[in-house]
Design a binder for this molecule. Structure first.
Ligand SMILES: [Zn+2]
Length: 192
């Protein structure tokens, strides 16, 4: 069986996060959402919906700073401030962590791991954050998909609010259909 993982970064970002949740529900697929503490604080109801619909929530820091440019105290603050929000709003401490931009050095890695996280990177980035047409996003994902691939898509954009993600949501429908037809099973259990 070919297994594949869908991840969404930078949310919650209404209304796109909810649109994505509805598509995932329609196809009965679970994903990992790497949320920003800053955005969860602004949109607690959407964050709760992600949790209640059975998706996994990961820590994507508080406000999307490049961890390589921060001192140790700054890195810890980014992680812990986000944890406080997750705990307060969702009652959980995430098990997974994804660094903003995927950037981290040994110093950051040590801090992240010490706080008990598993770092989750990706191998497929269709650059949906640049908002190319949905067809292009879908084509990039489908052409690169293989067993145990981790796809990164974006329901938000950093801590900016109300960023359009129409191309991503349209691409998601195409990706779901085509990869299911190719025998892929969407899973978040690979890491568990
Ligand atoms: Zn991000």
């Amino acid at each position: 069986m070919k297994r594949i993982i869908l991840t969404f970064d930078d949310g919650p970002n209404p209304p796109y996060t909810s649109i994505i949740l509805n598509i995932l529900k329609k196809y009965r697929i679970k994903a990992i959402f790497f949320l920003l503490g800053h955005n969860v604080k602004l949109h607690p109801k959407v964050a709760l919906m992600i949790k209640e619909e059975g998706h996994i929530i990961g820590n994507h820091t508080f406000s999307h700073k490049d961890l390589k440019k921060l001192p140790k105290t700054g890195i810890k603050k980014q992680i812990i401030e986000a944890e406080k929000v997750f705990l307060g709003v969702l009652g959980i401490k995430p098990a997974f962590f994804r660094a903003p931009y995927g950037f981290y050095d040994k110093k950051a890695e040590d801090i992240i791991k010490k706080r008990g996280y598993r770092i989750v990177n990706w191998d497929i980035d269709p650059e949906d954050w640049k908002n190319p047409p949905a067809k292009i996003i879908a084509e990039r994902v489908i052409s690169q998909a293989k067993h145990k691939s981790i796809i990164v898509l974006h329901d938000g954009s950093n801590i900016r609010q109300a960023r359009p993600r129409r191309e991503t949501t349209a691409a998601l429908e195409i990706i779901m259909k085509k990869l299911k037809n190719k025998g892929f099973v969407f899973d978040t259990g690979i890491f568990l």
